[in-house]
Design a protein around this ligand. Structure first.
Ligand code: BGC
Length: 747
């Protein structure tokens, strides 16, 4: 449909939602429905007249924090496909997810909805998700664009973040999904970024998203995020959700008539709404259905790969038929999803205890362990649990974070579990050394009891079929293969945002810059409970070899890396092979110790080896140069690491990379010798500069008293411009040298 044929009033209406979930219908074009959410359809049938809301049942899959622990792109594609099937059966055209915000602080109330602290991992998994959903003819909404790092004051907070941290940390996951799978829509977030609301941010929504990344879809506001509709339209935010009951459309018409809003913005946005609606309507299938039991089984299959075995001193897997104490209210009333707009009304929920009975079979003694409604320890419940543990000789404690701890619209204030859960674990473990803790939480928690238990399985928020998956892992039917998609620090104070998060009344300053997650803990050598990428298995893998297809390359070439891994244990298993790159040690720019740039999950039979190949390219080695506003790979020797976690990388190889077209600018009085030698575009003029000054001044090596080159002075000299005062030359002389050199450079 060409919207220009519609009246201005109709076009203005199309730029605003109808009710909470619909687009505006116009003559010749019906409306479409959108619905939350990332890990299960949350469709509401609202009867505005009667004021009733019916919540449609759907399958609840593990939330993104758990999904990410699978490190399995194919599996996430399957989640997407299944979600799309249910969404289609409910005649919904766009599913509002996935969320790819970075986990800046473990306290963010929506961390359970986000994949990772690493942009590469989040971007890859979200790409599979979007492809999975959209391949079935249902749209997605990549959210929350961008830097929605906290829930506290989310409508007004100004996320003050450097250009480099934006490019290297907060934007790449969005960029990857846009470039690799063109989500039908993107949701602009509530917060401001460096002073400008995301929904009103022309740089973000038009210059970057559409012009630089080539986004072709529609931008929607987050719900009630827009205050200034003119600014939003001018920035490229096409539709404001939900309805404003006619207010925004009225203002749009008025502003166009008064000449304060250019009609072209209304036309462009209305056209994008029309294009999306046409696509959605063409994909509506009135006969689409799905089978609830089948999807519950899919959810169980997915949950199996999303759980991470963090510790195992031999207690797991349990033998079937053993007598075990099953302790903790979560065993009967599980915690499997987070609160807020992603909350799914489930088709059913596994009772963990029943699954233990079915799969394990032995005598199981249940004890509640902690009160349902209070965080305070209850001595009587603990005593009952301790008695059960003693009787059975083995105990599994189900603990973690209750619902109230993790929900949209507020952040946690601390990283602790309820006192009732911690005390229970401590007392049970004291009485029964064979104690395993199964955690349910959407984010890391402090574990003061970590040393006293035998095993820890992190089930994250495992979705409605978590019970079966947990029982299968505990009893060894399934070999655990999940790995952490975020670091689990020892304590909150170790996190780089401590003391800055969630900011003051107006601003949240990202003083840690690019150093979030493992980038921080590695750089600062801070011990953590469990590192990024970590996860145990019931088998063992040995990293045998790494090879590169070349030793020398330019930043325009690609590099093939082949890694060989052997399963040296007794069980078949799935291993996630992780690939990290590191910049040259003498890099001028500050770089993380290493960064994830590849991963693959492979099934390896006991005793067999697998070969895994990766292709690395410029972005695998690049950093964002804020003076040039571009990605750069300065010439030097780069390292490629392979291993089983961010701290366990036994294989390393090196490659020399030459920067093919380094930025070249005229030399000025500010140009330093260091800059000339670090950038190969100046290679033909370095000698001229050296020749123009006394070699010692130019090369910048001062000798120490013993007559040796002194690296401190040498560095100092490298970064000192050749000014008159410093070189003992006249300005005329220096300017003459600069002019000649610039001519030679072609300026
Ligand atoms: C949330 C979005 C969600 C929307 C619609 C907002 O409050 O931030 O993630 O999609 O509501 O429910």
């Amino acid at each position: 449909m060409d919207v220009k044929k519609l009246s201005l009033e109709d076009r203005a209406k199309m730029c605003n939602g109808v009710g909470r979930w619909y687009t505006q219908a116009v003559e010749g074009l019906d409306s479409i429905m959108v619905a939350d959410g990332p890990h299960g359809l949350r469709k509401e049938n609202r009867d505005e007249e009667k004021g009733t809301i019916e919540r449609v049942k759907a399958t609840c899959f593990p939330s993104a924090a758990g999904l990410a622990c699978s490190w399995n792109e194919e599996l996430i594609g399957e989640v997407g496909k299944t979600l799309a099937k249910e969404t289609k059966a409910e005649q919904v055209s766009v599913l509002l997810g996935p969320g790819v915000n970075m986990k800046r602080s473990p306290l963010c109330g929506r961390n359970f909805e986000y994949f990772s602290e690493d942009p590469y991992l989040a971007g890859k998994l979200a790409t599979s998700y979007v492809n999975g959903v959209q391949g079935e003819g249902v749209g997605t909404s990549l959210k929350h664009f961008a830097v929605n790092s906290q829930e506290t004051r989310r409508f007004t907070i100004d996320e003050v973040v450097s250009e480099r941290a934006l490019r290297e940390i907060y934007l790449p996951a969005f960029e990857m999904v846009v470039k690799e799978s063109q989500p039908k829509t993107i949701m602009a977030s509530y917060n401001k970024i460096n002073g400008v609301h995301a929904c009103e941010n022309k740089w973000l929504l038009t210059d970057l998203l559409r012009k630089e990344w080539g986004f072709k879809g529609l931008v929607t506001s987050d719900w009630n995020a827009v205050t200034d509709i003119a600014k939003a339209l001018e920035a490229g935010c096409d539709i404001t959700m939900p309805t404003t009951k006619g207010e925004f459309p009225k203002r749009i018409v008025q502003m166009v008539k008064e000449g304060t809003l250019d009609e072209k913005y209304v036309n462009e946005s209305a056209q994008r709404v029309a294009d999306l609606a046409e696509w959605g309507l063409a994909n509506i299938d009135k006969n689409a259905t799905y089978d609830r039991d089948e999807d519950h089984a899919v959810a169980a299959n997915i949950a199996r790969e999303c759980m991470v075995l963090l510790k195992n001193e031999g207690m797991l897997p349990l033998k079937k038929g053993e007598s075990v104490a099953i302790i903790g209210g979560f065993a009967r009333n599980p915690r499997f999803q987070g609160g807020g707009s992603s909350h799914v009304t489930t088709t059913k929920v596994d009772d963990i205890f029943e699954n233990f009975e079915q799969i394990g079979g032995g005598e199981l003694v249940y004890a509640q362990g902690y009160p349902e409604e209070s965080d305070l320890a209850d001595d009587a419940l603990i005593a009952e649990a301790v008695a059960a543990a003693k009787k059975c000789g083995k105990a599994i404690v189900f603990a973690g974070l209750p619902d109230s701890y993790e929900t949209e619209s507020r952040d946690r204030r601390h990283m602790r579990m309820p006192e009732a859960h911690c005390k229970l674990i401590e007392e049970v473990a004291k009485a029964c050394p064979d104690t395993t803790v199964v955690l349910s939480a959407g984010s890391p928690v402090e574990m003061p009891w970590i040393g006293s238990v035998n095993a820890i399985l992190h089930a994250y928020l495992g979705g409605q079929a978590l019970g079966k998956a947990i029982a299968e892992i505990v009893y060894g039917d399934i070999n655990p293969s999940g790995k952490l998609a975020e670091t689990h620090p020892v304590k909150l104070e170790d996190n780089p945002t401590f003391g800055f998060y969630p900011g003051d009344l107006e601003r949240s300053i990202h003083s840690e810059d690019i150093y979030i997650g493992y980038r921080w803990y590695e750089k600062k050598k801070i011990p953590v409970n469990f590192p990024f990428g970590f996860g145990l298995s019931y088998t063992k893998y040995e990293y045998e070899s790494i090879s590169l297809d070349k030793k020398e390359m330019t930043d325009e070439d690609t590099l093939t890396v082949t890694v060989k891994v052997k399963n040296v244990g007794k069980r078949d298993g799935k291993e996630v092979v992780e690939l990290y790159t590191a910049a040259p040690e003498n890099a001028v720019e500050l770089r993380p110790v290493k960064e994830l740039k590849g991963f693959k999950k492979v099934f390896i039979r006991a005793g067999e080896s697998a070969e895994v190949s990766f292709t690395l390219s410029k972005r695998s080695f690049a950093y964002w140069d804020v003076t040039e506003h571009t990605w750069r790979v300065p010439t030097g020797k780069y390292r490629v690491y392979a291993g089983s976690s961010s701290v366990d990388v036994p294989l390393v190889a090196e490659v020399n990379i030459e920067e093919k077209n380094p930025p070249c600018h005229p030399i000025t009085l500010e140009t330093t010798y260091g800059k000339l030698t670090k950038n190969s575009s100046y290679k033909d003029v370095v000698e001229d500069v050296v020749g123009a000054f006394a070699p010692q001044e130019a090369i910048g090596i001062l000798t120490s008293e013993e007559g040796k080159a002194d690296p401190v002075f040498s560095t100092y000299q490298n970064h000192t411009p050749r000014r008159a005062l410093y070189t003992g030359r006249t300005y005329e002389y220096i300017e003459d040298v600069i002019e000649k050199v610039n001519k030679k450079l072609g300026f």
